[in-house]
Write a protein that binds this ligand. Structure first.
Ligand SMILES: Nc1ncnc2c1ncn2[C@@H]1O[C@H](COP(=O)(O)OP(=O)(O)O)[C@@H](O)[C@H]1O
Ligand SMILES: [Mg+2]
Length: 352
């Protein structure tokens, strides 16, 4: 996937910004607070229709204004499409080629992005929720089936949790549990398939960033082993925990408790890897989906302040693998990538 042009109007600190990126590396260079991350956020909006920085759409509208607008011309498989997002009154509307989207998931085939931001440095050391969010987001971008299956699963889970708050076991809870395990099986099967593909891409990237001879792996720590009779075993598990579920008022077991486990040289990275290695591994994990070939095309890569986080040797290694990642957008206070197209992001409006 390629972002051909990007326009921001009254988006955060950018009154008007228009850029025409190159097909390879693009560097957004400027001082702290210039609005570089804001540009990556806008690109991310084009791919997911939401932001990793805020759920309040009012935040992105320039102070003192009532509306903001982001437009991207995106290309995939020789077809150029226009994605527009307008923000107004705390909400947002997304248009694809001038037509309102029925569902945000319809954006998926048109444009997608993966990102690495400074917060990701704690991807391994932090709580499992960050890793699960990564997993669900990466999968949702890659697979419409997952997006739907996961949506159905979350919906049922919430319904079951509401029913559990009643404090006693009911026929409704029985039915909801039976329906839930069907969705759990689907979610787990799709996660399993994705992990197989992710593993290869993660291995390639971690080897490139850490150097050959280190063995990094990622696997899924599941709430229940996959295989024969999954739904029946899941049902038995839920039923065996029903008293606990009722006391706590929520479903204790399930895909919502899975975790990603990353190992380096056979040991758990969270406790074994050095700070620098953790950064490189987090970067490899974040970018791995960009290497997974897919009919609908590879996502563009957003790297926020990544060079500041890496030592000299890893910077060099990252620059060396950039060409394999396709189109990328890299922010920093100084330029690092020879041959990249450079955009100077000013404190005021950009002059691009
Ligand atoms: N809605 C908004 N209106 C105007 N300015 C904003 C808005 N939201 C954020 N900003 C400004 O954007 C700047 C931060 O932009 P950011 O992209 O994070 O900078 P950096 O270049 O360091 O990545 C801050 O100065 C902040 O005040
Ligand atoms: Mg920033």
């Amino acid at each position: 996937m390629i972002l051909r042009s990007l326009t921001l109007l009254r988006f955060r600190n950018h009154r008007k910004l228009v850029i025409a990126p190159s097909l390879g590396a693009n560097e957004l260079v400027g001082p702290n607070g210039a609005g570089k991350t804001n540009v990556l956020e806008a690109i991310d909006f084009l791919s997911l229709g939401r932001s990793w920085r805020t759920s309040d759409m009012g935040d992105v509208v320039q102070e003192g204004e009532s509306e903001a607008y982001v437009r991207g011309e995106v290309e995939e498989g020789g077809i150029t499409r226009r994605i527009e997002v307008s923000f107004r009154g705390g909400g947002r509307a997304v248009l694809l080629d001038g037509k309102p989207l029925a569902r945000l998931s319809d954006l998926r085939g048109a444009f997608s992005a993966v990102r690495f931001t400074p917060e990701d440095v704690s991807l391994f050391r932090g709580s499992p929720s960050g890793r699960r969010a990564f997993l669900d987001e990466a999968l949702s971008r890659l697979s419409g089936d997952y997006l739907l299956a996961y949506g159905r699963f979350r919906h049922l889970l919430e319904e079951r949790n509401r029913a559990l708050k009643g404090g006693r076991w009911t026929p409704l809870l029985e039915t909801l549990t039976e329906r839930l395990v069907v969705e759990e099986e689907r979610v787990e099967a799709l996660r399993g398939r994705f992990l197989e593909r992710l593993e290869g891409a993660f291995g390639t990237l971690s080897a490139a960033l850490l150097g050959e001879g280190r063995e990094a792996r990622v696997r899924l720590k599941r709430f229940l082993e996959p295989g024969e009779d999954f739904a029946r075993r899941a049902l038995a598990l839920h039923l065996s925990q029903k008293e606990r579920d009722l006391v706590l008022g929520s479903t204790q077991a399930g895909p919502q408790r899975d975790d990603l486990l990353v190992t380096l040289d056979g040991r758990e990275a969270a406790s074994y890897a050095s700070q620098g290695e953790s950064r490189a591994l987090a970067l490899a994990l974040r970018l791995a989906p960009a290497l997974i070939p897919k009919g609908a095309g590879r996502p563009v890569v957003l790297l926020d302040d990544v060079f500041g986080e890496l030592d000299q040797e890893r910077r060099r290694r990252l620059v060396a693998i950039l060409p394999r990642l396709g189109q990328s957008f890299i922010t920093g206070t100084t330029a690092h990538v020879a041959g990249a197209r450079r955009f100077h992001i000013g404190k005021k409006d950009s002059e691009e």
